[in-house]
Design a protein around this ligand. Sequence first.
Ligand SMILES: Nc1ncnc2c1ncn2[C@@H]1O[C@H](COP(=O)(O)OP(=O)(O)O)[C@@H](O)[C@H]1O
Ligand SMILES: [Mg+2]
Length: 238
Amino acid sequence: MSSGLSGLDVMLDGGFNRGRVILVLGEPGTGKTIICSQFLHYGAAERAENSMFIGMNEPKSRFLKEMLALGMDFARLEAEGRFRYIDATDVRKIPEQARVGRIAVGGRELGLVNLLETIQDAIAKFEPARIAVDSMSDLVFRFPSVDERRPVVLDLIETLQSSSATTLLTSELLSTGEERLLQPEEYLAEGVLLMRTLRKGVRTIQILKMRGSKVDTHPRPYTITGKGLEVLATEEVY
Ligand SMILES: Nc1ncnc2c1ncn2[C@@H]1O[C@H](COP(=O)(O)OP(=O)(O)O)[C@@H](O)[C@H]1O
Ligand SMILES: [Mg+2]
């Protein structure tokens, strides 16, 4: 399945394998939301595939406006029935001491259960071929330790794998540098894309892992302009 970015497709040796969950890992501002949008927009506009965005850090109106500025008209795709925006920003707002009826429950666990149900529901009703979840970090920030984070990430990934959709799942990079700590989601996802900004503002994307595919594992430069994100698959990074 085409990623919607021709340069990234070259790196991927054609595109993503269908049905996989791919992690998009990067620092803030590297273009994770934009890459998800191009992936969904391409599917909906060029392939007539149902595409669904699960937004955890911005309301729909802001998403539509920002993507329109980059040439992607998701409001039109929504009107045509090809696109759905699931506003999951409420997950972060559930207080630590929550209640279901009279019963006191942990707010962070309730948020997780609600979200997974929302996703399952939306998948059953809309049957998307492409899903983006942006960003996982807004869900798991309440589970800071690796031991707590791991089962949460596993539940989320299993929920997404239970559909036949191909999914991009974004996550904030927690540490940088050569000896950075690997995050649990890197082990659990079937593929990992790493987006970084180097010194002097050079942006690079690298495929760290893509199970079952022969891919280009070199970091490659990319640019972001008013037309979106473009991967320069044949250029080297110095
Ligand atoms: N028209 C544009 N021209 C150049 N850069 C842009 C444009 N629109 C957005 N960007 C860049 O895109 C980045 C934001 O992308 P986004 O996908 O929101 O990042 P992330 O989701 O990783 O935080 C910012 O660094 C911004 O500078
Ligand atoms: Mg973002």
